[in-house]
Design a protein around this ligand. Structure first.
Ligand code: NAD
Length: 263
């Protein structure tokens, strides 16, 4: 299937590792020009160089903290300077820290708000005028299955990601007439550094060996394994493509069947 991405420009945030990196590579493989960001420059540049080598694509790397509006503006400006247009954005970054309500401070709440909700709002705000110039666009938000079934101990993530879903569905109605489509992806348990560190913390809390915690976690998933970043990337690249031209306002689980809700 030709995804129609050749020559398109995709901005992928939080892309030095994990799902963001796989998504950046997925777009580059389909012929899109990719502008990726993450906070630090070293790991980001290494990832960008690896993607250039593996795909032969044009890849720009810009250090940017998704909780800083100045960084986000600079990231979009640099992308447009380099590639001249914006067709796709992927709103992604690290997740907010683990913590129960009692343990979290005002600063923790504001930091999570700035990163998980406002990072998404701000990158979108800066990108939409460029999409309107092109006459089309794709906005894809990476959140979590926690918006369907709140995950214990991740109250910050459960709160602000639910906000992203409400925002995205509203925005899809506002931007539909501009042919700018807005969708949210809800990953389940995907085998990345973030997922591993959450399991390590869980094993410590429960005073159990890591392997036992991981085995139990896998057993809860109908397909009996964690997902791979590339599997999430395949979905996101499709949503970013010309082939996903009638999909907007959705929140799509990719979780190996983990979540039991009907809708
Ligand atoms: P990860 O920690 O492996 O990678 C996160 C990426 O975002 C890295 O490149 C990191 O450098 C970058 N990043 C972190 N903070 C940033 C910031 N402030 N500004 C810009 N870049 C930043 O994470 P992942 O597992 O690939 O997860 C991606 C997102 O999906 C996270 O928000 C995570 O919480 C969420 N999620 C993950 C899983 C899972 O099982 N892995 C499940 C549900 C949701």
């Amino acid at each position: 299937m030709d995804l129609g991405l050749t020559g398109k420009v995709a901005l992928v945030a939080g892309a030095s590792q994990g799902m963001g990196r796989a998504i950046a590579e997925g777009f580059a493989r389909e012929g899109a020009k990719v502008s990726m960001c993450a906070r630090g420059s070293e790991a980001l540049e290494t990832a960008a160089e690896e993607i250039r080598k593996s795909t032969g694509g044009e890849v720009l790397a810009t250090p940017a903290d998704m909780s800083s509006y100045d960084d986000i503006r600079n990231y979009v400006d640099r992308s447009v300077e380099a590639f001249g247009r914006v067709d796709v954005i992927v709103n992604n970054a690290g997740g907010p820290p683990f913590g129960t309500f009692d343990a979290l401070s005002e600063d923790d709440w504001m930091a999570a708000y700035n990163l998980s909700l406002m990072g998404t709002v701000r990158l979108t705000r800066e990108a939409v005028p460029h999409m309107k110039k092109v006459g089309a666009g794709r906005i894809i938000n990476i959140t979590s299955y926690g918006v369907k079934e709140p995950i214990a101990g991740l109250i910050l993530s459960n709160t602000f990601r639910t906000g992203v879903v409400g925002w995205a569905r509203t925005l899809s109605r506002e931007l539909g007439p501009d042919n700018i489509l807005v969708n949210t992806v809800l990953p389940g348990r995907i085998d990345t550094d973030r997922h591993h560190s959450l399991n390590v913390a869980r094993a410590k809390r429960m005073n159990l060996p890591l392997e036992q915690v991981q085995q139990q976690s896998r057993e809860e998933i109908p397909v009996k394994r964690f997902g791979q970043s590339e599997e999430v990337a395949n979905l996101v690249v499709f949503l970013g493509s010309d082939r996903a031209s009638y999909i907007t306002g959705t929140a799509i689980l990719i979780d190996g069947g983990l979540v039991r809700t009907l809708m």
